[in-house]
Design a protein around this ligand. Structure first.
Ligand SMILES: C[S@@+](CC[C@H](N)C(=O)[O-])C[C@H]1O[C@@H](n2cnc3c(N)ncnc32)[C@H](O)[C@@H]1O
Length: 260
């Protein structure tokens, strides 16, 4: 079902999709407010403007009872959203028009920037989900055993060989037959869209007070082939409708018989 087809009025047993998404943004951004106005407004802006988060919930990409590892987690928006989902579900307000509610039994965020980790811990550590944040480089930080790995707009910060090594370690950390990777990347074969994405990425990195690093893109077909070589079955979900960008979400599932 396309998003435009989804009813926006309340459906039996839950809120309408738009009302539910609005309630989720409110609930997911609220924990940041008493700690940092900046982090609160960043959370609202990012959840409200980036279509990836709502899409994950509508389509049921996350699933239920997941042990999640979020690599390059920034200030931990995925953890905040998981807690908000749990609350909406407990209140019986999850939209009937969406797939069953996403839920997490554990969450580990890995993030390079100490300031982001400090913001995440200050706002979210006391939530019932009890998310854990590790300040470290994804190229060397051990990943715990998990069912779902989320990597949104992060891998392009390291060279191709390092990307491959991170993806191999992700595969090894995931449950062999049920593990899933949600990987958002830019498609470098769409030259103008990719250039736009990179330009905005650099601007946001600079605005967040970080050094602007070089980046390392790949065409979509190469991303897909890399994941397939590691034993993942891959689906691509376009993320750029109505925008000038070239972002793609890759939903990569481990099939039985993962190569050693
Ligand atoms: C564009 S932001 C995306 C943040 C988050 N995934 C989201 O979608 O809201 C990229 C994040 O990756 C982090 N990052 C970059 N290189 C990293 C590395 N080598 N190890 C861990 N995190 C890294 C950055 O500090 C930043 O927080």
């Amino acid at each position: 079902m396309k998003r435009d087809d989804l009813p926006s009025t309340p459906t039996a047993g839950g809120l309408g999709p738009d009302a539910a998404w609005s309630a989720l943004i409110d609930a997911a951004s609220a924990p940041y407010r008493p700690k940092s106005r900046w982090a609160y407004h960043w959370a609202r802006g990012k959840l409200g403007r980036d279509p990836v988060f709502r899409g994950l919930l509508e389509r049921g990409d996350i699933g239920a009872g997941r042990r999640i590892v979020d690599i390059g987690c920034g200030q931990g928006l995925v953890a905040a959203l998981m807690q908000a989902c749990a609350t909406l579900q407990q209140q019986g307000r999850w939209p009937a028009a969406w797939q069953p509610a996403a839920s997490a039994t554990a969450y580990t965020g890995v993030e390079l920037m100490p300031k982001d980790v400090a913001r995440a811990e200050a706002a979210l550590a006391a939530l019932p989900l009890a998310p854990r944040f590790v300040c470290g480089d994804m190229c060397s930080t051990p990943f715990p055993a998990c069912d779902l790995v989320v990597i949104l707009d992060v891998l392009h910060y390291v060279p191709h060989a390092a990307q491959d090594a991170v993806l191999a370690r992700v595969r090894d950390a995931l449950a062999p037959t049920a593990g899933r990777l949600l990987l958002r990347v830019g498609d470098a074969s769409d030259a103008s869209g990719f250039a736009w994405s990179q330009w905005v990425d650099r601007l946001v990195t600079w605005a967040r007070g970080h050094r602007v690093p070089p980046t390392f893109g790949r065409p979509l077909s190469e991303w897909q082939a890399t994941l397939q070589r590691l034993g993942f079955a891959v689906r691509a979900v376009p993320q750029s409708q109505g925008t000038p960008f070239a972002n793609v979400l890759l939903i990569a599932d481990l099939s039985p018989g993962v190569p050693a």
